[in-house]
Design a protein around this ligand. Structure first.
Ligand SMILES: Cc1cc2nc3c(=O)[nH]c(=O)nc-3n(C[C@H](O)[C@H](O)[C@H](O)COP(=O)(O)OP(=O)(O)OC[C@H]3O[C@@H](n4cnc5c(N)ncnc54)[C@H](O)[C@@H]3O)c2cc1C
Length: 392
């Protein structure tokens, strides 16, 4: 039976996250308006906070799964602010990719670094088989020579190294694509700029350029390409990580939507507009009716996300469910934040409040980790038992 009731230990983790989110929210506007600044690794309040709120035990017997706990904590963190944290997590998206497709030796060597993940290029986004960055083996020096350009790399500036997708052979399509680990400071690896964005402005998103960048042959994830081609860091290994990260991405957007709902509820209450969940259609103010519909949309989206996490925690396949929750949340968070602005009018777009910021911040939910359209393709293929060739 699916059970989302938090255990006592889970609840301690959520309470701690909520208290920390309240502090982070104080910094939200500053880092939104000062996009060039990087939010600090540690806020001034951090030490005192952790002395008062010690970390709860990691999930164990009777607690929710690690992914479920992470999703719920992400939701709370993003309710506070998108990018500011009391103390930053040390890992990036590339750490999940290393876990999924690195050898035990590679995981031991690089697992403690903060790793970004670079797939997207100016000519390649939704269809990663179009990766044009090349990796050519120099068999005399036993090095890969990397050439190409990557854009919109999350944690691209803070990361110590990147998990990079490059092709060994463009004519081989997906089969030719492998992932490589490249450390910052390697000659030929440049970070030309931090991207400027509509929302999540304090988030660290960077562009990378590789020019005759030489890395050791052993930096191919999954092992040496010649002796272990099938297992080496190719498409499938890294795609597996999306089943875990898509529910987390949905949860982040939902945290912003929840912040918008809580703010709107407070404003309706302050204006003495009653919200009556038992009243039938047309029996209360249009604002209250609209608010209830937005809350229902939010709840539906949260449940699809919890289901995708729960399946993973049970060790069951969640490929389709992780796309369902990501596609649903991508649309729901936009509808919720826009709906809250419609209810509140001018207050909704004033920079005096954070609602307009949450509306900008949540737009990304439907873009990265695969757009809504791409999630719908994955869902349709799953439902109809179609292959990529049947439906693209
Ligand atoms: C803030 C931010 C952070 C990011 N972080 C990372 C990161 O860390 N690493 C990384 O590699 N990338 C990252 N990305 C890139 C992101 O994954 C891509 O933007 C996304 O995959 C979409 O690719 P694209 O922008 O090239 O759009 P395109 O692929 O050019 O798509 C344009 C439009 O066409 C639609 N479309 C495309 N193909 C189809 C189809 N077959 N059927 C129907 N519609 C279709 C899309 O849904 C979209 O609406 C990030 C992006 C942003 C904005």
């Amino acid at each position: 039976m699916i059970d989302f009731v938090p255990s006592e230990n889970d609840q301690k983790a959520f309470d701690q996250a909520r208290a920390s989110a309240m502090i982070c929210r104080k910094y939200a506007r500053h880092y939104d308006e000062n996009e060039q600044e990087m939010a600090p690794e540690k806020l001034p309040e951090a030490d005192e906070f952790y002395a008062e709120h010690p970390n709860p035990a990691p999930p164990g017997e009777g607690d929710s799964s690690m992914l479920t706990r992470m999703a719920r904590i992400s939701m709370i963190n993003y309710w506070g602010d998108y990018t500011v944290r009391l103390i930053r997590e040390s890992g990036g998206l590339g750490n999940a990719a290393l876990e999924a497709s690195g050898t035990p030796e590679q995981i031991a060597k690089w697992g403690k670094l903060c790793l970004s993940m670079a797939i997207t290029e100016p000519g390649c986004g939704s269809d990663p088989s179009r990766v044009a960055t090349t990796a050519v083996l120099d068999s005399e020096t036993n090095e890969w020579i990397i050439n190409g350009e990557k854009i919109f790399v999350t944690t691209g500036i803070r990361a110590d190294a990147v998990v990079l997708w490059a092709t060994l052979d463009k004519s081989a399509g997906r089969g030719g694509i492998k992932s490589f680990l490249i450390e910052k400071g390697t000659p030929g690896f440049n970070v030309p700029h931090k991207e400027k964005k509509l929302g999540i402005r304090a988030d660290d998103t960077a562009a990378y350029v590789f020019t005759d960048c030489r890395i050791p042959r052993d930096n191919l994830l999954g092992g040496d390409e010649k002796v272990n081609l099938k297992n080496s860091g190719g498409f499938r290994g890294v795609m597996k990580t999306f089943n875990m990260t898509r529910p987390l991405t949905a949860a982040m957007g939902l945290g912003l939507a929840e912040a918008a709902i809580d703010f709107t509820r407070d404003q309706l209450e302050a204006s003495e507009i009653e919200i009556d969940y038992m009243a039938g259609p047309g029996s209360q103010t249009a604002a209250a009716e609209k608010f209830i519909r937005l809350e229902a949309l939010f709840d539906a989206s949260k449940l699809t996300t919890m289901q995708a996490c729960w399946l993973a925690g049970e060790g069951k396949p969640n490929n389709m469910e992780s796309s369902v929750c990501k596609a649903h949340a991508g649309g729901a968070v936009r509808a919720v934040t826009q709906g809250c602005i419609e209810i509140l009018g001018a207050m909704g777009i004033s920079r005096e409040h954070l609602l307009e910021k949450w509306t900008r911040d949540c737009r990304i939910t439907d873009i990265y980790e695969g757009t809504g359209e791409i999630q719908r393709l994955i869902i349709a293929r799953g439902l109809l038992d179609y292959t990529r060739a049947d439906l693209k």
